[in-house]
Design a protein around this ligand. Structure first.
Ligand SMILES: [Zn+2]
Length: 172
């Protein structure tokens, strides 16, 4: 019984840039669903209770909540989507990952973690990551406040997790 779904057109492979990554086995059209994230609903601080090697994988679905299968002992296939600052995937709703453009066979599937991650006020969990994606627009440091950047709001309109889109809409 799987708690998440990976499109069978994708497979986990060794990634030059990232250790492991998820790659397209065939051409994929813009809009195709790539994955469905699933699992248990955890308070963000419950990430601390997961095995240490899995703590980087939960998907944030609300300011205070993340999604992850608590029973996993090793990463799930859907855990290997890497971040890039020029991604070919984006979020639809809170748990669907979709292609934001046509993707060629062999390409690594990436999304921008700014699409799902935001600061959880009062939490001990703080997200920050170095990025070496190599794209011209690389931010180098990826933080939990990147969704606030105007250029990202413009570029990723329609591809933020719904809970972040709601925060953006409230401000604008
Ligand atoms: Zn980058």
């Amino acid at each position: 019984m799987e708690s998440s779904w990976l499109n069978p057109k994708l497979s986990v492979m060794v990634s030059e840039k990232h250790g492991k990554g998820i790659f397209a086995k065939t051409n994929i059209l813009k809009g195709e669903r790539l994955a469905i994230f699933g699992g248990d609903i955890l308070l963000i601080d419950e990430i601390d209770d997961l095995p240490e090697e899995l703590q980087e994988y939960p998907v944030q679905i609300e300011e205070r909540f993340v999604l992850y299968n608590k029973t996993l002992k090793k990463p799930d296939n859907t855990d290997f989507f890497n971040h890039s600052c020029d991604p070919n995937a984006g979020v639809n709703g809170q748990i669907f990952l979709v292609a934001v453009r046509d993707i060629n066979k062999g390409e690594e599937i990436t999304f921008d973690y700014a699409m799902t991650i935001s600061e959880s006020v009062g939490s001990n969990i703080v997200f920050e990551m170095d990025c070496n994606c190599g794209y011209e627009n690389c931010r180098k440091k990826i933080t939990e406040n990147d969704w606030k950047l105007p250029e990202l709001r413009e570029r990723y309109a329609g591809y933020f997790s719904q809970y972040i889109q709601d925060m953006i809409d409230k401000e604008e």
